[in-house]
Write a protein that binds this ligand. Structure first.
Ligand code: NAD
Ligand code: GLY
Length: 360
């Protein structure tokens, strides 16, 4: 069975299809949306070795002409140099405006392929086939695409929506447990920012989720994608409520930057960032200490880290000041009100707010 959520964005609306063992339907699903016949499947050696065959067969059966591009695997390659490899291949193989791109992989591949699609020939269509939990619940939906810059994360990018997101949760069976945990961090985020009963459900279902029980995974992916879609529908380009999705991310991005991309998984850094955000929320009287403890306990039940790595306050503040969310030197933090709701707080003195977190 294939479940469907529509991201309603007028003439750029698209479907998120969710199911188990549905990768082989990719070709026929692309035909249903009239996707270009000539496509580049962009992946990395890890993912293409696992899923390249089934995708290739499905696309060929539907009459697609395929160019395969394999990029080096890892966050440390999510940069302009790797992006250049995509453009080189597309140009060398005479890709034109009647062609399309398919991102097969985790968030690193999805973000890079999305940005390549947004910029190649001023924009060609692309689809997301996310194969990590993080990509399935977050990065493949909503059209944020980017590469990192040596001075900061995701600093070069564009909002550019895919034509389709096809999520096969069966691909999660080959994922390293640490990657599953990283994806669960973003799932927990949705509970904290938007849906208290989903947070309760996660507490009740942490074991089947950790054990990758298919029905539980589908339920978690569906609820996460629905929440994200609802937010993107009202605020596609982060003028208002989309900022809520950055809960835990400012501090998380600082950890990723300070440690050099790749050492901490994005979801792990976000888990630590969410605990920092929850502690600041308690400081500000927005939630109880008991809420902070529940958030920590749920993250720990997924084997996620909750304590910040040992960098100085000065380093953390400098890294956070480079965040995209900083405007005129002022940072806006996303804080939780109890569990299930959030509010934005403008922080003129980042050091003062974070010093207590780093010393407690
Ligand atoms: P990733 O893409 O690096 O994937 C993690 C690892 O899992 C990689 O080694 C990959 O090759 C491997 N892998 C992928 N699928 C697999 C499978 N099915 N079986 C076995 N191995 C598999 O990491 P990620 O966590 O998916 O994505 C992180 C990236 O996503 C970050 O760059 C982050 O900035 C970005 N992100 C973007 C958004 C957005 O809205 N665009 C949201 C959240 C995160
Ligand atoms: N992951 C944050 C966003 O998509 O806005």
């Amino acid at each position: 069975m294939i479940e469907k959520i529509t991201v309603p964005l007028g003439n750029r609306s698209y479907a998120i299809l969710v199911g188990a063992d549905i990768l082989a339907t990719l070709g026929s699903k692309l035909r249903e949306i009239d996707f270009p016949q000539r496509v580049a499947v962009i992946s990395n050696p890890t993912v293409s070795q696992l899923y390249g065959d089934v995708v290739r067969k499905s696309l060929r059966a539907a009459g697609h002409d395929i160019l395969e591009i394999n990029l080096p695997d890892g966050e440390q390659y999510k940069n302009q140099q790797t992006l250049g490899l995509i453009y080189d291949e597309l140009i060398r193989h005479n890709f034109d405006r009647s062609t399309g791109l398919i991102a097969l992989g985790g968030g690193v591949i999805g973000d890079m392929v999305g940005f390549a699609a947004a910029t190649f020939l001023r924009g060609i269509p692309f689809v997301q086939v996310p194969t990590t939990l993080l990509a399935q619940v977050d990065s493949s939906v909503g059209g944020k695409t980017a590469v990192n810059h040596p001075l900061g994360k995701n600093l070069i990018g564009a909002f550019y929506q895919p034509e389709l997101v096809l999520i096969d949760v069966a691909t999660l069976m080959t994922l390293d447990p640490r990657e599953v945990a990283a994806g669960l961090a973003e799932v927990v985020k949705y509970g904290i920012i938007k849906d208290r009963s989903f947070f309760n459900w996660l507490e009740d279902n942490y074991l089947p989720l950790q054990q990758r029980q298919i029905d539980t995974l589908i339920a978690a992916v569906m609820r996460s994608c629905q929440i994200k879609s609802d937010i993107v529908e009202v605020d596609e380009k982060e003028g208002s409520v989309r900022a809520f999705l950055n809960y835990g991310h400012t501090f998380g991005h600082a950890i990723e930057f300070l440690s050099g991309y790749g050492q901490w998984k994005h979801g792990e850094a976000v888990a630590i960032g969410m605990v920092a955000a929850a502690k600041i929320s308690a400081q500000q009287g927005l939630c109880e200490q008991a809420d902070v403890e529940r958030i920590i306990a749920l993250l720990k039940s997924f084997n996620l880290p909750v304590d910040p790595p040992d960098y100085s306050l000065v380093d953390y503040v400098a890294a956070m000041q480079r965040d995209k969310k900083v405007k005129h030197g002022t940072l806006t933090l996303v804080l939780n009100q109890k569990i299930g709701d959030v509010k934005l707080l403008t922080v003129p003195d980042i050091s003062a707010v974070f010093s207590e977190i780093l010393t407690s």
